[in-house]
Write a protein that binds this ligand. Sequence first.
Ligand SMILES: C[S@@+](CC[C@H](N)C(=O)[O-])C[C@H]1O[C@@H](n2cnc3c(N)ncnc32)[C@H](O)[C@@H]1O
Length: 242
Amino acid sequence: MSEDDTTRLNPSKLGTKKYWEDFYALEKSNFEENPEDTGECWFSDSDAELKMVDFLFDNMDSLGKQNGDIKICDLGTGNGHLIFTLREEGFKGKLVGLDYSENSVAFCKEILKEQHDGDDKMVFEKCDILNDDEAIFEMGKDEDKFDVVLDKGTLDAIALSDSRYKDDKLGVELYPSNVKRLLRKDGILLISSCNFTENELVKIIESEQEFKKWKCVEYPSFEFGGVKGQTICTIAFKKTIV
Ligand SMILES: C[S@@+](CC[C@H](N)C(=O)[O-])C[C@H]1O[C@@H](n2cnc3c(N)ncnc32)[C@H](O)[C@@H]1O
């Protein structure tokens, strides 16, 4: 990446694991005091969560499976809000929430126990998507992999870190190839970002050649100084090769 590459962001505390550990420790303790407080829903001002859920229901047929057979992963699940909403909105398949924050996973498991007890098709696991040694990468056969990977704000957080990984890559550079390993052929990565424009997001994800932009979710756009823009983008990418 060159210095003026707009997909490279300045590091911030939101790019650190400590920030998210502290964040979900606080959300968990708030929930323990008030069971109605299940925490922050990121990008709720843009209705991103419902738009992602609607997109999945509208495009379920193209996954070639029945509702109950579809396997979805929410990457960087935080407080699991997206997973719980999918279930509440009628998604019947397996839902796996992954996050590198132990407090996030503990918090999600607590909500699961308190509010969705007995639903063994919802699972939360600790996993760092940038760590090649995670067990989740050993799913074996293509048909055992996820049909859909969701990301709401996780790549945004990853892009705010200057940590280096395999082959000296930044997280934002390693992300597409590691996410690809979670998906079956023709599986979908549905990703929402407020840090990147549509063009930037396409550039990042399609740096992994097996990903091709498939569809975009529409949001209201604003115009300022003759330039059109929007505060968030949600794009679906299809993994084209096994
Ligand atoms: C902006 S929050 C979004 C949380 C959730 N998706 C939502 O919409 O509420 C970013 C999330 O990404 C998680 N995260 C950041 N880097 C990660 C990584 N390398 N692997 C897995 N999760 C990560 C953080 O712990 C945090 O839960």
